[in-house]
Unconditional design. Structure first.
Length: 137
């Protein structure tokens, strides 16, 4: 039974965290309009728009990555039968791998790359796991 709970923890953590991430990304263009004439609906359009992006355009992607990881880790740690922090960190590692992959597909400014990779994934997963452990005690 513990194995099934742990598998469910990972699957739900990744899926719900991914939904949170994509929801924020999808809404970000409505909140902070993209540069004039940019088409952000395709990878080619995103690549072409990248040099036109200002720091404000990177705020919501960072929030999406951080909050998606946090929520996913919170869910995974909350559902996991044991080793709750390990499952939370596992969500962070999977999301970090996704973040690294995204950087190769869609190069971003170095400052954003560093901030995103260093702060959005493992620290947020740790925070999610810590919150569940604190609530449990």
């Amino acid at each position: 039974m513990n194995i099934l709970k742990n598998i469910l923890a990972v699957v739900l953590g990744l899926v719900i965290g991914g939904i949170v991430n994509m929801s924020i990304i999808m809404a970000s263009g409505s909140i902070i309009p993209p540069p004039v004439g940019s088409d952000l609906t395709t990878m080619e359009g995103l690549q072409a728009a990248m040099p036109l992006m200002e720091p404000k355009h990177f705020l919501l992607p960072f929030v999406a990555h951080a909050l998606g990881t946090f929520v996913g880790a919170l869910i995974a740690a909350g559902i996991a039968a044991n080793n709750k922090m390990r499952f939370a960190i596992a969500i962070g590692v999977v999301n970090l791998i996704g973040g690294i992959t995204n950087i190769f597909m869609l190069p971003s400014p170095l400052w954003f790359t560093v901030i995103d990779l260093v702060l959005a994934y493992i620290p947020m997963a740790y925070l999610g796991g810590k919150l569940v452990l604190r609530k449990k005690n």
